[in-house]
Design a protein around this ligand. Structure first.
Ligand code: ADP
Ligand code: MG
Length: 404
């Protein structure tokens, strides 16, 4: 119960940090297991157990000291969750995490649940890259079956002749080749499911990626119909049921040019695209993670403000003409109305590294866009919309931002 318990989290990244904050608001103490000595969640936690994720002694300590344990990243060893589950309540369950860790298992789960996904094939060994029928999937994207993130571990393949080199470039590890689809836009859905099967969800989020990394999320989604939103929510709910899921699950969808939805991937945890829920909803994705983990009541979140979330990557620290390390002009963006700045406490900025995010809330979606555009300008980021689309002289149904 709030105020009394100890919750554990596997992993010390920013998602763990925001979980720690949400849990501490309810009076929980939070212990983090993380090998790095200085991590975003480790420094915020009540206690940091510094050990490898699969360390048997550390897992025994976590199981003994915490009444319930969750994870903040999907690559936590499933065996570690199984060991923890012998001593403590664990959510999400190891089986579901294991499915999300592997693109082929994930796609098999989509199909089992009757959720459409991109045509694809698993390439398990060297001989597979010579299979002539793979031509049907080209042009396609070759993705490592596991450990990919932020567009890493992916290569575009246009012809069969390019396939062996692409496979070698990815380290000759098991890969999924999937057809490259023509996307109208991308959306994501975050659901929370309790141990009793009850589900609630956050509003559908529309996502824009730059260089394979999430750059911007808009809620509500400007280019998606209510029917498409309802369909995405229903498909995500079906996946959570199929996995007998407990916890917060994010499902990413492509919206194709004909308006149909295709599931891309899922994450067994809160997701970067759900960060706006902290400032724009009365229950955030991290509150939902705490509630599902602790077995507290789930109530349907309500979005009280339209929002735009901008990711703050390490590149911002090198934005000057001389590429010298600099601190972005936070005062300039905080001078804008409705700006919520979140920094993750990472000591070293690197290009492409997620250092923080900024959520703009406003009375209307157009106002949120216009302020987000101005914040991006003050930070030196490329604009996201043509200026008239952001500032309101055109309709709410402005064309989707072009994909870089
Ligand atoms: P990651 O684990 O890096 O998020 P994703 O599979 O989600 O990997 O791919 C990252 C991005 O690449 C997607 O959000 C989308 O923009 C693009 N992408 C991935 N797969 C496809 C595809 N089959 N067709 C078109 N675009 C794709
Ligand atoms: Mg993705």
């Amino acid at each position: 119960m709030p105020g009394a318990g100890v919750l554990g989290v596997m992993g010390g990244g920013q998602l763990g940090r925001m979980f720690v904050h949400a849990a501490q608001v309810l009076g929980y103490r939070v212990f983090v297991l993380e090998p790095d000595s200085a991590s975003p969640a480790g420094v915020a936690a009540d206690r940091h157990l510094q050990a490898p994720y699969a360390d048997a002694q550390a897992l025994a300590d976590m199981g003994r000291l915490c009444q319930a344990v969750t994870t903040e990243f999907e690559n936590v060893p499933a065996g570690a969750l199984r060991q923890l589950a012998q001593a403590s309540r664990v959510a999400p369950p190891a089986n579901a995490v294991e499915i999300c860790q592997h693109r082929a298992r994930e796609k098999a789960c989509f199909l089992q649940a009757g959720v459409p996904c991109a045509p694809h094939a698993l390439l398990g060994h060297t001989d597979d890259v010579a299979r002539p029928e793979l031509a049907n999937l080209l042009p396609g994207i070759l993705k490592t079956a596991s450990l990919g993130y932020d567009g890493k571990g992916q290569v575009l393949v246009n012809t069969l002749a390019e396939l062996p080199a692409a496979w070698a470039q990815l380290g000759s590890v098991p890969c999924v080749l999937e057809q490259r689809l023509s996307l109208r836009c991308e959306i994501s859905v975050i659901v929370a499911r309790g141990a009793d099967g009850q589900q609630v969800h956050l509003p559908v989020q529309q996502n824009l990626h730059r260089d394979g990394i999430l750059a911007l999320t808009q809620v509500p989604p400007p280019d998606v119909s209510p029917e498409q939103c309802a369909q995405a929510l229903a498909l995500a709910a079906r996946l959570a049921d199929t996995l007998a899921y407990v916890g917060v699950l994010c499902v990413e969808f492509f919206v194709l040019n004909d308006g149909s939805l295709v599931a891309n991937e899922m994450a067994p945890r809160p997701h970067n695209s759900g960060h706006a829920s902290i400032d724009a909803c009365d229950v955030s994705q991290f509150d939902l993670q705490v509630r599902t983990l602790a077995g507290l009541p789930l109530v349907q979140p309500r979005q009280h403000s339209p929002a735009v979330m901008l990711n703050l990557l390490g590149d911002l620290w090198f934005a000057g003409a001389d590429a010298q390390l600099q601190t972005p002009d936070w005062a300039a963006v905080l001078a804008l109305p409705g700006v919520h700045l979140h920094l993750y406490g990472k000591t070293e900025a690197r290009r492409g590294r997620k250092m923080g995010h900024l959520t703009v809330t406003a009375a209307t979606a157009q106002q949120a866009r216009s302020t987000a555009q101005e914040a991006a300008r003050r930070l030196g980021l490329p604009r996201f919309w043509p200026d008239d689309a952001a500032s309101g002289s055109s309709s709410e149904a402005a064309p989707p931002p072009s994909k870089p």
